[in-house]
Design a protein around this ligand. Structure first.
Ligand code: IPD
Ligand code: CA
Ligand code: CA
Length: 269
């Protein structure tokens, strides 16, 4: 398998990070700071990121890192880059409310090659390697074939910034409640994407996301047969902030609903 060494390294880094995160979770005495309104960082995020970078650097000393708590990039550099969310779902984690994940992606020349999301509380390992399929543990994943929105379960993330867009967001949510089987908000975008890949939900949409939230999950969805787009139905960009994921029919449905409620002028950054 191509990228075997990168996958093994991502596994090792995330399992060592998970040990640290579980210790913090048990101790319940970690420091919590506010980076911006509603944007938390805990001692566990910092310790997890440090460990992940240390493990990867020991194997691939020349690679670059785009990691949430130490990032300085505003666009994806070329070459070999590791994109890391040391805890995705920090608000969940700080309340002892699963899911919370470690998300590690390896990209080469601006293409995703390896994606790994470890849901720490339930020890679920979602992973994918380019052209080799997506897996939960050793079980192959494929997205849901349900194309009828009225039979679809949809997940989303509630806005925690750009509150000027809350009204159209709530209008979409209201329509989802009436037109689908229901809506879920798990609290960790990387996990939401894995749930699309595993066919647990049919579709996902959110705005305000960062590269480290989606870099691994996007590949896991692609390898499970799904797609991720921006809010105009075009190929999703890592720094694009807005995402729709699912099978093509459900993505089209979500795109139409979002366009109707947000208006053409709010579909991009
Ligand atoms: C957050 C989670 C959440 C999403 C936010 C993200 P963090 O990541 O993925 O589900 O709604 O947009 O920022 O801050 O816990 O790493
Ligand atoms: Ca995150
Ligand atoms: Ca995070």
């Amino acid at each position: 398998m191509k990228y075997k060494k990168e996958l093994e390294t991502a596994r090792k880094a995330s399992s060592e990070a998970a040990i640290i995160i579980r210790e913090f979770a048990k101790s319940e005495t970690f420091g919590v700071e506010l980076k911006r309104k509603n944007d938390l960082v805990t001692d566990a995020d910092l310790a997890s990121e440090k460990k992940i970078i240390e493990v990867i650097k020991s194997v691939f000393p020349k690679d670059r890192f785009l990691a949430e708590e130490s990032n300085t990039y505003t666009e994806l550099p070329s070459g070999r880059v590791w994109i890391i969310d040391p805890i995705d779902g920090t608000t969940n984690f700080s309340h002892g409310f699963p899911p919370y994940c470690v998300s590690i992606a390896f990209w080469e020349n601006r293409e995703p090659k390896v994606g790994l999301v470890l849901e720490v509380a339930n020890d679920e390992w979602f992973w994918a390697v380019e052209s080799d399929g997506a897996y939960l543990g050793d079980q192959k994943l494929s997205i849901s074939e349900i194309t009828d929105p009225s039979k679809a379960l949809i997940s989303t993330g509630f806005p925690y910034s750009q509150f000027e867009l809350v009204d159209p967001y709530l209008q979409v949510l209201k329509n989802m409640m009436q037109k689908t089987h229901g809506v879920r908000r798990a609290g960790a975008a990387s996990y939401d994407l894995c749930c699309v890949a595993a066919g647990r939900v049919e579709g996902f949409y959110e705005y305000g996301l960062n590269p480290w939230d989606i870099a691994a999950g996007m590949l896991i969805i692609k390898e499970a047969g799904g797609i991720s787009t921006d809010w105009k139905g075009k190929q999703n960009k890592l720094f694009g902030k807005r995402i729709i994921s699912g099978n093509p029919s459900i993505c089209k449905f979500l795109e139409g609903e979002i366009r109707n409620c947000f208006g053409e002028e709010n579909l991009e950054l």
